[in-house]
Write a protein that binds this ligand. Sequence first.
Ligand code: MG
Length: 377
Amino acid sequence: MGELAPYAVNATNSRGRSVAEDAPQGRNEFQRDRDRIIHSNAFRRLEYKTQVFVNHEGDLFRTRLTHSLEVAQIARSIARRLHLNEDLAEAISLAHDLGHTPFGHAGQDALNTCMNPYGGFEHNLQSLRVVDVLEERYAEFDGLNLCFETREGILKHCSAENARQLGELGERFLKNLRPSLEAQVANLADEIAYNNHDVDDGLRSGLITLDQLAEVPLVAAHLLKVKNAYPGLPERRVVHETVRRMINTLVTDLICQSEHNIHTNKIASLEDVRQAPALITYSPSTGEQQRELKAFLRNWLYRHFRVLRMSAKSQRILSDLFSVFMADNRLLPPQYQRQLESDRARAVSDYIAGMTDRYAIREYRRIFAVEEAPLQV
Ligand code: MG
Protein backbone atom coordinates (compact mmCIF):
# COMPACT_ATOMS: atom_id res chain seq x y z
CA MET A 1 0.00 0.00 0.00
CA GLY A 2 1.38 3.40 -0.94
CA GLU A 3 1.42 6.48 1.25
CA LEU A 4 -1.99 7.25 2.80
CA ALA A 5 -3.66 10.60 2.26
CA PRO A 6 -4.11 12.67 5.47
CA TYR A 7 -7.89 12.13 5.23
CA ALA A 8 -7.61 8.33 4.90
CA VAL A 9 -8.34 6.04 7.84
CA ASN A 10 -5.10 4.85 9.41
CA ALA A 11 -4.98 1.42 11.08
CA THR A 12 -2.66 2.75 13.79
CA ASN A 13 -5.27 5.17 15.16
CA SER A 14 -8.40 3.06 14.80
CA ARG A 15 -11.17 3.75 17.31
CA GLY A 16 -10.68 0.14 18.28
CA ARG A 17 -12.73 -2.96 19.03
CA SER A 18 -15.58 -3.42 21.51
CA VAL A 19 -13.47 -5.97 23.40
CA ALA A 20 -9.82 -4.86 23.66
CA GLU A 21 -7.31 -7.26 22.11
CA ASP A 22 -3.54 -7.41 21.72
CA ALA A 23 -2.23 -5.73 18.57
CA PRO A 24 -1.99 -8.13 15.63
CA GLN A 25 1.42 -9.49 14.62
CA GLY A 26 2.55 -9.24 10.99
CA ARG A 27 -0.68 -7.64 9.77
CA ASN A 28 -2.56 -4.49 10.61
CA GLU A 29 -5.95 -4.14 12.33
CA PHE A 30 -7.98 -3.97 9.11
CA GLN A 31 -6.13 -6.91 7.58
CA ARG A 32 -7.09 -8.84 10.70
CA ASP A 33 -10.72 -7.78 10.21
CA ARG A 34 -10.63 -8.93 6.59
CA ASP A 35 -9.16 -12.30 7.63
CA ARG A 36 -11.87 -12.79 10.27
CA ILE A 37 -14.58 -11.99 7.74
CA ILE A 38 -13.20 -14.48 5.20
CA HIS A 39 -13.04 -17.24 7.82
CA SER A 40 -16.61 -16.65 9.06
CA ASN A 41 -19.52 -19.04 8.43
CA ALA A 42 -21.65 -16.25 7.01
CA PHE A 43 -19.00 -15.52 4.36
CA ARG A 44 -18.96 -19.13 3.15
CA ARG A 45 -22.74 -19.12 2.91
CA LEU A 46 -22.57 -16.25 0.41
CA GLU A 47 -21.58 -18.83 -2.20
CA TYR A 48 -25.11 -20.21 -2.15
CA LYS A 49 -27.06 -16.98 -1.86
CA THR A 50 -28.18 -15.02 -4.88
CA GLN A 51 -28.69 -11.48 -6.04
CA VAL A 52 -31.21 -11.76 -8.89
CA PHE A 53 -31.08 -15.32 -10.14
CA VAL A 54 -31.62 -18.26 -7.82
CA ASN A 55 -28.51 -20.26 -7.09
CA HIS A 56 -29.41 -23.45 -8.93
CA GLU A 57 -30.35 -21.68 -12.19
CA GLY A 58 -26.84 -21.79 -13.63
CA ASP A 59 -23.18 -22.05 -12.69
CA LEU A 60 -22.10 -18.84 -14.39
CA PHE A 61 -24.44 -16.42 -12.66
CA ARG A 62 -23.08 -14.25 -9.87
CA THR A 63 -23.67 -15.30 -6.31
CA ARG A 64 -23.29 -13.03 -3.32
CA LEU A 65 -19.80 -14.44 -2.85
CA THR A 66 -18.54 -13.59 -6.34
CA HIS A 67 -20.40 -10.27 -6.09
CA SER A 68 -18.58 -9.46 -2.84
CA LEU A 69 -15.23 -10.33 -4.44
CA GLU A 70 -15.98 -8.04 -7.38
CA VAL A 71 -16.95 -5.24 -4.98
CA ALA A 72 -13.69 -5.73 -3.07
CA GLN A 73 -11.66 -5.62 -6.30
CA ILE A 74 -13.33 -2.42 -7.51
CA ALA A 75 -13.14 -0.78 -4.07
CA ARG A 76 -9.43 -1.57 -3.75
CA SER A 77 -8.67 -0.14 -7.18
CA ILE A 78 -10.46 3.10 -6.30
CA ALA A 79 -8.97 3.30 -2.79
CA ARG A 80 -5.45 2.80 -4.11
CA ARG A 81 -5.78 5.58 -6.68
CA LEU A 82 -7.18 7.97 -4.04
CA HIS A 83 -4.46 7.02 -1.50
CA LEU A 84 -7.11 5.68 0.87
CA ASN A 85 -6.84 2.63 3.11
CA GLU A 86 -7.20 -0.35 0.75
CA ASP A 87 -7.35 -2.89 3.56
CA LEU A 88 -10.29 -1.16 5.19
CA ALA A 89 -12.13 -0.74 1.86
CA GLU A 90 -11.57 -4.44 1.20
CA ALA A 91 -12.79 -5.56 4.65
CA ILE A 92 -15.97 -3.47 4.35
CA SER A 93 -16.63 -4.78 0.83
CA LEU A 94 -16.23 -8.41 1.80
CA ALA A 95 -18.58 -7.98 4.78
CA HIS A 96 -21.21 -5.72 3.23
CA ASP A 97 -23.65 -8.49 2.23
CA LEU A 98 -23.14 -10.94 5.11
CA GLY A 99 -26.64 -10.27 6.47
CA HIS A 100 -28.51 -10.97 3.26
CA THR A 101 -31.39 -13.43 3.32
CA PRO A 102 -31.69 -16.22 0.78
CA PHE A 103 -33.31 -15.25 -2.57
CA GLY A 104 -31.98 -11.70 -2.86
CA HIS A 105 -34.28 -8.72 -2.45
CA ALA A 106 -37.43 -10.82 -2.66
CA GLY A 107 -36.23 -12.70 0.43
CA GLN A 108 -35.39 -9.52 2.32
CA ASP A 109 -38.82 -8.00 1.53
CA ALA A 110 -40.63 -11.15 2.66
CA LEU A 111 -38.71 -11.35 5.92
CA ASN A 112 -39.20 -7.65 6.57
CA THR A 113 -42.97 -8.04 6.15
CA CYS A 114 -42.99 -10.99 8.57
CA MET A 115 -40.87 -9.06 11.08
CA ASN A 116 -42.91 -5.87 10.83
CA PRO A 117 -44.59 -6.28 14.26
CA TYR A 118 -41.23 -7.16 15.86
CA GLY A 119 -38.95 -4.33 14.76
CA GLY A 120 -38.59 -5.26 11.07
CA PHE A 121 -35.72 -6.81 9.15
CA GLU A 122 -33.08 -4.89 7.25
CA HIS A 123 -30.20 -6.73 5.55
CA ASN A 124 -27.74 -3.95 6.22
CA LEU A 125 -28.43 -4.00 9.96
CA GLN A 126 -28.35 -7.79 9.83
CA SER A 127 -24.81 -7.70 8.33
CA LEU A 128 -23.76 -5.75 11.42
CA ARG A 129 -25.61 -8.24 13.64
CA VAL A 130 -23.69 -11.11 12.00
CA VAL A 131 -20.28 -9.56 12.76
CA ASP A 132 -21.30 -8.18 16.19
CA VAL A 133 -23.38 -11.03 17.61
CA LEU A 134 -24.22 -14.05 15.49
CA GLU A 135 -20.86 -15.53 14.52
CA GLU A 136 -19.79 -17.96 17.23
CA ARG A 137 -16.07 -18.61 16.80
CA TYR A 138 -14.13 -16.98 19.60
CA ALA A 139 -13.79 -17.87 23.27
CA GLU A 140 -13.66 -14.28 24.48
CA PHE A 141 -16.53 -12.63 22.62
CA ASP A 142 -19.59 -13.10 20.42
CA GLY A 143 -19.29 -12.08 16.78
CA LEU A 144 -16.00 -11.12 15.16
CA ASN A 145 -15.16 -8.10 17.36
CA LEU A 146 -14.25 -5.97 14.32
CA CYS A 147 -12.81 -2.46 14.43
CA PHE A 148 -15.17 0.51 14.70
CA GLU A 149 -14.25 1.71 11.19
CA THR A 150 -15.11 -1.63 9.57
CA ARG A 151 -18.44 -1.81 11.41
CA GLU A 152 -19.20 1.79 10.52
CA GLY A 153 -18.62 0.97 6.83
CA ILE A 154 -20.94 -2.05 6.97
CA LEU A 155 -23.78 0.09 8.34
CA LYS A 156 -24.61 2.10 5.20
CA HIS A 157 -27.99 3.37 6.31
CA CYS A 158 -29.99 3.26 9.50
CA SER A 159 -33.25 4.68 10.85
CA ALA A 160 -33.04 7.22 13.69
CA GLU A 161 -34.78 4.72 15.98
CA ASN A 162 -32.19 2.01 15.30
CA ALA A 163 -29.34 4.53 15.40
CA ARG A 164 -30.25 5.50 18.98
CA GLN A 165 -29.79 1.89 20.04
CA LEU A 166 -26.39 1.55 18.39
CA GLY A 167 -24.47 4.02 20.60
CA GLU A 168 -21.28 5.39 19.08
CA LEU A 169 -21.90 3.63 15.77
CA GLY A 170 -25.33 5.19 15.35
CA GLU A 171 -24.18 8.73 16.14
CA ARG A 172 -23.44 9.78 12.60
CA PHE A 173 -27.02 9.12 11.49
CA LEU A 174 -28.35 11.32 14.29
CA LYS A 175 -25.80 14.10 13.73
CA ASN A 176 -25.91 13.83 9.91
CA LEU A 177 -22.20 13.08 9.54
CA ARG A 178 -20.54 11.12 6.73
CA PRO A 179 -18.63 7.85 7.18
CA SER A 180 -14.98 7.45 6.12
CA LEU A 181 -14.06 7.77 2.44
CA GLU A 182 -13.22 4.05 2.47
CA ALA A 183 -16.84 3.31 3.46
CA GLN A 184 -18.11 5.67 0.75
CA VAL A 185 -15.86 3.93 -1.81
CA ALA A 186 -17.13 0.45 -0.83
CA ASN A 187 -20.71 1.69 -1.15
CA LEU A 188 -20.21 2.98 -4.71
CA ALA A 189 -18.11 -0.06 -5.68
CA ASP A 190 -21.13 -2.18 -4.71
CA GLU A 191 -23.31 -0.23 -7.12
CA ILE A 192 -20.76 -0.39 -9.96
CA ALA A 193 -20.38 -4.14 -9.47
CA TYR A 194 -24.07 -5.06 -9.43
CA ASN A 195 -25.20 -2.82 -12.25
CA ASN A 196 -22.54 -4.21 -14.55
CA HIS A 197 -22.79 -7.84 -13.57
CA ASP A 198 -26.56 -7.70 -13.81
CA VAL A 199 -26.15 -6.56 -17.43
CA ASP A 200 -23.87 -9.54 -18.02
CA ASP A 201 -26.07 -12.06 -16.17
CA GLY A 202 -29.24 -10.59 -17.68
CA LEU A 203 -27.88 -11.13 -21.19
CA ARG A 204 -26.60 -14.60 -20.35
CA SER A 205 -30.05 -15.58 -19.07
CA GLY A 206 -31.70 -14.27 -22.25
CA LEU A 207 -34.13 -12.13 -20.19
CA ILE A 208 -32.73 -8.97 -21.76
CA THR A 209 -31.11 -8.52 -25.18
CA LEU A 210 -28.23 -6.48 -26.57
CA ASP A 211 -30.68 -4.64 -28.85
CA GLN A 212 -32.67 -3.48 -25.82
CA LEU A 213 -29.49 -2.44 -24.03
CA ALA A 214 -28.38 -0.41 -27.04
CA GLU A 215 -31.06 2.12 -25.94
CA VAL A 216 -29.18 2.80 -22.68
CA PRO A 217 -26.66 5.63 -23.22
CA LEU A 218 -23.92 4.23 -20.96
CA VAL A 219 -24.03 0.91 -22.82
CA ALA A 220 -24.63 2.33 -26.30
CA ALA A 221 -21.44 4.39 -26.44
CA HIS A 222 -19.20 1.42 -25.66
CA LEU A 223 -21.20 -1.13 -27.61
CA LEU A 224 -20.93 0.89 -30.79
CA LYS A 225 -17.16 1.35 -30.38
CA VAL A 226 -16.64 -2.37 -29.79
CA LYS A 227 -18.80 -3.39 -32.77
CA ASN A 228 -17.03 -0.92 -35.07
CA ALA A 229 -13.55 -1.91 -33.93
CA TYR A 230 -14.21 -5.68 -34.08
CA PRO A 231 -16.76 -6.54 -36.79
CA GLY A 232 -17.90 -10.17 -36.55
CA LEU A 233 -16.79 -10.59 -32.92
CA PRO A 234 -18.92 -13.31 -31.23
CA GLU A 235 -21.66 -11.84 -29.01
CA ARG A 236 -20.29 -13.13 -25.68
CA ARG A 237 -17.02 -11.31 -26.35
CA VAL A 238 -18.88 -8.17 -27.44
CA VAL A 239 -20.70 -8.28 -24.09
CA HIS A 240 -17.53 -8.72 -22.03
CA GLU A 241 -15.64 -6.09 -23.98
CA THR A 242 -18.55 -3.65 -23.49
CA VAL A 243 -19.06 -4.37 -19.78
CA ARG A 244 -15.37 -4.08 -18.95
CA ARG A 245 -15.27 -0.67 -20.69
CA MET A 246 -18.37 0.42 -18.76
CA ILE A 247 -16.76 -0.53 -15.44
CA ASN A 248 -13.59 1.26 -16.46
CA THR A 249 -15.48 4.43 -17.38
CA LEU A 250 -17.42 4.46 -14.11
CA VAL A 251 -14.33 3.80 -11.97
CA THR A 252 -12.25 6.43 -13.76
CA ASP A 253 -15.03 9.01 -13.59
CA LEU A 254 -15.59 8.28 -9.89
CA ILE A 255 -11.89 8.74 -9.11
CA CYS A 256 -11.60 12.03 -11.06
CA GLN A 257 -14.76 13.54 -9.62
CA SER A 258 -13.94 12.43 -6.06
CA GLU A 259 -10.41 13.90 -6.31
CA HIS A 260 -12.04 17.12 -7.46
CA ASN A 261 -14.55 17.03 -4.56
CA ILE A 262 -11.79 16.42 -2.01
CA HIS A 263 -9.81 19.32 -3.44
CA THR A 264 -12.63 21.87 -3.71
CA ASN A 265 -13.93 21.07 -0.21
CA LYS A 266 -10.35 21.55 1.11
CA ILE A 267 -10.41 18.21 2.89
CA ALA A 268 -7.34 17.77 5.08
CA SER A 269 -8.42 15.27 7.76
CA LEU A 270 -10.82 12.48 8.59
CA GLU A 271 -12.80 14.98 10.66
CA ASP A 272 -13.24 17.14 7.53
CA VAL A 273 -14.55 14.06 5.67
CA ARG A 274 -17.20 13.49 8.33
CA GLN A 275 -18.43 17.09 8.24
CA ALA A 276 -18.41 17.47 4.43
CA PRO A 277 -21.13 16.32 2.03
CA ALA A 278 -20.58 12.92 0.36
CA LEU A 279 -17.21 13.20 -1.42
CA ILE A 280 -17.07 9.95 -3.37
CA THR A 281 -19.39 10.71 -6.29
CA TYR A 282 -19.65 10.42 -10.07
CA SER A 283 -19.60 13.51 -12.24
CA PRO A 284 -23.18 14.78 -12.83
CA SER A 285 -23.35 13.42 -16.40
CA THR A 286 -21.99 9.97 -15.51
CA GLY A 287 -24.25 9.89 -12.45
CA GLU A 288 -27.20 10.46 -14.77
CA GLN A 289 -26.05 7.65 -17.11
CA GLN A 290 -25.68 5.33 -14.16
CA ARG A 291 -29.25 6.13 -13.02
CA GLU A 292 -30.55 5.40 -16.53
CA LEU A 293 -28.87 2.00 -16.50
CA LYS A 294 -30.39 1.27 -13.08
CA ALA A 295 -33.85 2.24 -14.34
CA PHE A 296 -33.41 -0.01 -17.36
CA LEU A 297 -32.46 -2.99 -15.19
CA ARG A 298 -35.37 -2.33 -12.84
CA ASN A 299 -37.92 -2.20 -15.65
CA TRP A 300 -36.63 -4.96 -17.90
CA LEU A 301 -34.74 -7.39 -15.71
CA TYR A 302 -35.85 -7.17 -12.06
CA ARG A 303 -39.52 -6.90 -13.13
CA HIS A 304 -39.32 -9.53 -15.86
CA PHE A 305 -42.18 -11.98 -15.36
CA ARG A 306 -39.78 -14.90 -14.98
CA VAL A 307 -37.86 -13.08 -12.25
CA LEU A 308 -41.15 -12.08 -10.58
CA ARG A 309 -42.36 -15.69 -10.58
CA MET A 310 -39.17 -16.79 -8.87
CA SER A 311 -39.47 -13.89 -6.40
CA ALA A 312 -43.08 -14.79 -5.59
CA LYS A 313 -42.10 -18.39 -4.96
CA SER A 314 -39.18 -17.31 -2.75
CA GLN A 315 -41.40 -14.98 -0.74
CA ARG A 316 -43.90 -17.75 -0.14
CA ILE A 317 -41.16 -20.10 1.03
CA LEU A 318 -39.81 -17.59 3.56
CA SER A 319 -43.14 -16.38 4.89
CA ASP A 320 -44.46 -19.95 5.28
CA LEU A 321 -41.30 -20.93 7.14
CA PHE A 322 -41.63 -17.87 9.39
CA SER A 323 -45.29 -18.64 10.22
CA VAL A 324 -44.68 -22.26 11.01
CA PHE A 325 -41.72 -21.52 13.31
CA MET A 326 -43.60 -18.74 15.09
CA ALA A 327 -46.63 -21.00 15.61
CA ASP A 328 -44.54 -23.84 17.01
CA ASN A 329 -41.19 -22.93 18.46
CA ARG A 330 -40.30 -26.61 18.92
CA LEU A 331 -39.83 -27.09 15.17
CA LEU A 332 -36.75 -24.86 15.28
CA PRO A 333 -33.28 -26.32 15.80
CA PRO A 334 -32.75 -26.20 19.59
CA GLN A 335 -30.19 -23.35 19.52
CA TYR A 336 -32.83 -21.03 17.99
CA GLN A 337 -35.68 -21.88 20.40
CA ARG A 338 -36.80 -19.00 22.68
CA GLN A 339 -39.60 -18.74 25.19
CA LEU A 340 -40.58 -15.06 24.83
CA GLU A 341 -42.50 -14.09 21.71
CA SER A 342 -40.35 -11.02 20.94
CA ASP A 343 -37.11 -13.01 21.30
CA ARG A 344 -38.66 -15.81 19.31
CA ALA A 345 -39.35 -13.59 16.30
CA ARG A 346 -35.75 -12.33 16.20
CA ALA A 347 -34.39 -15.86 16.59
CA VAL A 348 -36.62 -17.11 13.75
CA SER A 349 -35.50 -14.16 11.64
CA ASP A 350 -31.81 -14.92 12.37
CA TYR A 351 -32.34 -18.56 11.46
CA ILE A 352 -34.10 -17.75 8.18
CA ALA A 353 -31.74 -14.91 7.23
CA GLY A 354 -28.76 -17.24 7.67
CA MET A 355 -30.16 -19.81 5.24
CA THR A 356 -28.73 -20.26 1.76
CA ASP A 357 -31.17 -20.52 -1.18
CA ARG A 358 -30.92 -24.27 -1.35
CA TYR A 359 -31.10 -24.73 2.43
CA ALA A 360 -34.35 -22.70 2.52
CA ILE A 361 -35.80 -24.86 -0.27
CA ARG A 362 -34.77 -28.05 1.55
CA GLU A 363 -36.11 -26.83 4.88
CA TYR A 364 -39.40 -25.94 3.19
CA ARG A 365 -39.64 -29.46 1.75
CA ARG A 366 -38.74 -31.05 5.09
CA ILE A 367 -41.58 -29.20 6.78
CA PHE A 368 -44.30 -28.97 4.16
CA ALA A 369 -43.81 -31.71 1.57
CA VAL A 370 -46.03 -34.74 1.95
CA GLU A 371 -44.51 -37.55 -0.06
CA GLU A 372 -46.86 -40.21 -1.33
CA ALA A 373 -46.16 -43.45 0.54
CA PRO A 374 -45.53 -46.57 -1.56
CA LEU A 375 -48.73 -48.63 -1.95
CA GLN A 376 -49.00 -51.50 0.48
CA VAL A 377 -50.05 -54.71 -1.10
MG1 MG B 1 -23.92 -5.76 -2.51
